[in-house]
Write a protein that binds this ligand. Sequence first.
Ligand SMILES: Cc1cc2nc3c(=O)[nH]c(=O)nc-3n(C[C@H](O)[C@H](O)[C@H](O)COP(=O)(O)O)c2cc1C
Length: 223
Amino acid sequence: MDTGSADIRQRLRALPALAGPFPPVDFSCAPASPQDLFLDWLDAAIHAGIREPHAMTLCTVDEAGCPDARVLILKSVDERGWHFASSGHSPKGRQIQAQPAVALNFYWKELGRQVRIRGVARPLDGTESAQDFLARSLDARAGVLLAKQSAPLESPAEVGPAISAARKRLEADTGLIAPSWHVYAVAPSIVEFWQGAGDRLHQRLCYQRDDGESPWRRQLLWP
Ligand SMILES: Cc1cc2nc3c(=O)[nH]c(=O)nc-3n(C[C@H](O)[C@H](O)[C@H](O)COP(=O)(O)O)c2cc1C
């Protein structure tokens, strides 16, 4: 081990993690559906003033089975699941088309909370995707219209003119919709709520989809 890696280990170990204090949660009165508990926790994150509480990590796998991850914005939550929007032409869009099994992760560090979701991502119908596209700013729509997200860029000088041309098309036709834009819903099969604790006695509640009378089975997990 060289001195550089010893130094970074010491510096990392000195950084606090899960410093808290975090109030304990009472999972005994958790609602029957994970969506309802998620919305309670999201409200708590918003009220705590957490920046971008609707930012989440989406994990996908590519055709070779290699995992990939990136941050996205949560668009909605309903009985269909957790929604996000992106280009179907992007790497994530192509990965989901080939393998719709995905995972989502939210981390609200000021509350010591994370939510882990596993499920299947499916594009919603064209009307919902079109509405989402039209609700975006002109700049955001122009970027999507190019349909080049994550494609190799030969020179930064290419970006400005391409965006200007896309803006002009959108200004000339305000109803123009990028066909590649999709809202996806992640239909959950497992959702875990994780409340961290400074003493590491974390509290965990897992909802697992069940074919029985209630659609969800709730199970506490060891820290
Ligand atoms: C806070 C934040 C929010 C983002 N929101 C979105 C989003 O809602 N949709 C999206 O396509 N990309 C979003 N991005 C960009 C993605 O992280 C990613 O870079 C992009 O979608 C390309 O991913 P891909 O190459 O895996 O397809 C966001 C990035 C950050 C940091």
